[in-house]
Design a protein around this ligand. Structure first.
Ligand code: 0RA
Length: 640
């Protein structure tokens, strides 16, 4: 807890100009993510109050003018005069890095210090109004145009409440005018509510008039439940909790049989550590050790058998790891706070998890055996896969006729420049042929695919390696496959999927994306995968003899307004274009339209792949019924 926190303990370091000059240094980027970052900065201050035990409700409102209000019922920012002759709220909102001194035992979140980040938000805002409820009084202070004081701190009334309300709008001269995303804010609110039991977080969107409340009493259990949703469980949710050397650990975890991969989400002081870190390492070490020890004592692993590997033990495991660490112990690796670096945490987490998980297995023998059965199965698959891979390697080395035939399908680029070259994966031999003629052969390579490729979500690596189409793609890309995939060996800067604009084309796209997601994930994470967007309509003007293209109906209508008396052709497939047209509309970097594929929220991506591509068809059906609106767009006939 914070001790004797008063005005004199605010440390003043620096002004706001630097923030406006180099926003990215303070908020990561100036894009949509940076725009939302401003909300997290203010929200985190309220979260700090909740963690300190003084706040149990936070409300975030997206206003009609795309400003944001974050209101909490914490203690309220202190209102006294600071030693530099300014009020404390003014200091907190105008001086960089101003925050409280604290004893090393206080648990704090991302910004670290109370009110840190508030000045950054103010510096990047058109306006920022702060209302404070404290000592039975209401105070207000206001800033404009990047943190210039517009109204001094002023007493404006009486109250029985306590708390802080911050109302701001990001500066449109610094950001493009983005819209706040209700769903993104809800996601973050849910996450925080799950991590802090009993805290109620309300999100309101005045545009859509939507409102949601998040409040959980046994947080981590509900978190795991939310992550696993309707997968088949092998174990109940296990909750492990402990404290050591002022570090608090909470883990919620569950084994399920549908998920083929692990799903570990970790937090340090309530901030998501996307890239894991020492807490995750400690957790993994402990789980592997405990399972192996258990298997040995129960004689499920014979003496001459090797230990299970970490990946065997973690397949199908969903876990949420939350550590709370005294602020002076927190260290991150790299610049973003996405990876926890504090070394001591590894052993602390390892110790607590080892003790508690072993105990849990002893107490729940039946479930323990089911978990072990799954792990043994996983190991068998892994070994079969390894054998298949070795075989495949052997084949490659022998450079058999079959192999050469496979590579023969590739029309390579003339230059060897992995930083510039593009590989087009084209649906069908005939479109492939057209693409070969139309391309810029210096840097564009073409690989035509025959029909549908195999669904990677329903096959293991051993099966995939036997598939000629998959082999062809893997050989062409050059970075290997699966765990051994190496981005440095990839022959291309862009992998572009080019299919017909119809359902079969969409199916081929999603099959390829599933394969890349599962077996060449670094390629996807590096955002090197694209979808080509062929136009949907060709508009030929008979009078002027001009041709133009439209990518959607809106586009089409606009062009028809300009050129009456036009003939419209609805493209059904790439094959209807000649080489010239294909180059101009879909392949020429100057004129084409590409969709860059990103993974986005990793957990959502994982869930979607499992639902849409996995073998539980009931689950898929449910998802489709809940999420898809079928339209007749394809059958519309446009009168001209
Ligand atoms: C400085 C000191 C204290 C609280 C806060 C700042 C504070 C900041 C924000 C920002 C949003 N909500 C907030 N709530 C509190 C400690 C106050 C005390 O010791 O009474």
């Amino acid at each position: 807890m914070l001790n004797s926190y008063d005005e004199s303990s605010i440390q003043v370091l620096e002004g706001l100009d630097g923030v406006r000059k180099r926003p990215s240094m303070y908020i990561g980027s100036k894009d949509r993510k940076g725009w939302h970052h401003l909300v997290w900065e203010i929200f985190d201050n309220s979260i700090d109050e909740a963690l300190a035990g003084y706040c149990n409700e936070i409300k975030i409102t997206i206003k009609k003018d795309d400003s944001i209000i974050v209101a909490d019922n914490g203690r309220g920012i202190p209102t006294g005069m600071h030693k530099k002759g300014k009020s404390t709220p003014e200091v907190i909102f105008t001086m960089l890095h101003s925050g409280g001194k604290f004893d090393g035992n206080s648990y704090k979140t991302s910004g670290g210090l109370h009110g840190v980040g508030a000045s950054v938000v103010n510096a990047l805002s058109e306006f920022c109004y702060v209302t404070i409820y404290r000592d039975k009084k209401i105070y207000e202070i206001g800033f404009k145009n990047g943190g210039h004081l517009a109204r001094h701190l002023k007493l404006i009334g009486k109250t029985v409440k306590t708390g802080t309300v911050v109302h701001f709008r990001p500066d449109s001269t610094i950001f493009n005018n983005f819209k706040f995303s209700y769903s993104m804010i809800c996601e973050r609110a849910r996450e925080s509510a799950l991590l802090i039991s009993g805290l109620k977080i309300i999100v309101v969107d005045e545009h859509s008039k939507k409102e949601e409340q998040f409040c959980f009493t046994n947080g981590l259990e509900e978190f795991v439940k939310y992550l696993i949703a309707d997968e088949k469980n092998i174990s109940p949710i296990m909750l492990l909790k402990g404290e050591m050397d002022s570090v608090q650990l909470e883990v919620g975890m569950q084994y399920s049989s549908n998920a083929y991969s692990e799903n570990i989400i970790s937090f340090a002081n309530n901030v998501k550590t996307i890239d894991g870190g020492t807490h995750v390492v400690g957790f993994r070490t402990a789980i592997t050790k405990v399972i192996n020890d258990y298997a040995r004592t129960e004689n499920l692993l014979k003496e001459k058998e090797k230990n299970f590997e970490g990946s065997d033990v973690r397949e199908g495991l969903t876990a949420v790891i939350s550590v709370r660490i005294p602020e002076n112990m927190i260290q991150y690796e790299g610049q973003t706070k996405s990876k926890l670096g504090t070394n001591e945490i590894k052993n602390i987490v390892d110790n607590i998890v080892t003790k508690q998980f072993s105990f849990w297995l002893q107490e729940n023998k039946t479930v323990a055996y089911e978990i072990l059965t799954k792990i043994i199965k996983t190991r068998e698959v892994r070994e079969a896969t390894r054998k298949a891979r070795e075989q495949a390697r052997g084949q490659r080395q022998s450079k058999g006729l079959k192999d050469r035939m496979l590579i023969g399908k590739l029309a390579p680029a003339q230059n060897r420049s992995p930083n510039k070259n593009e590989l087009f994966l084209v649906e069908g031999d005939s479109a492939g042929g057209t693409a070969k003629m139309g391309r810029a052969r210096s840097f564009q390579a073409i690989l035509s695919l025959k029909g549908k490729i195999i669904n990677a979500e329903k096959s293991n690596l051993a099966t995939l390696l036997k598939n000629p189409e998959i082999n062809m793609i893997t050989n062409a890309i050059g970075g290997g496959i699966g765990e051994n995939f190496d981005l440095d060996d990839v022959n291309y800067d862009k992998i572009i999927i080019m299919t017909d604009a119809d359902v079969d084309g969409a199916h081929i796209q999603i099959l390829l994306l599933t394969f890349f997601y599962r077996y060449m994930k670094p390629l996807m994470a590096a955002q090197k995968i694209y979808l080509a967007l062929p136009p949907l309509y060709k508009i030929s003007n008979k009078k002027s003899n001009e041709t133009s293209y439209a990518w959607n109906q809106k586009d089409l209508y606009k062009q028809l307004e300009k050129h009456t008396k036009s003939e419209i052709q609805r493209y059904k497939g790439l094959g209807e274009m000649n080489a010239d047209q294909l180059w101009t509309t879909t392949m020429n970097p100057e004129t084409r339209q590409l969709v860059q594929v990103t993974i986005g929220d990793r957990h959502k991506a994982e869930k979607k792949i499992i639902t849409l591509m996995g073998d539980d068809s009931d689950k898929r059906k449910k998802w489709i019924e809940a999420n898809i609106n079928f339209t007749l767009e394809d059958n519309f006939v446009i009168a001209s």
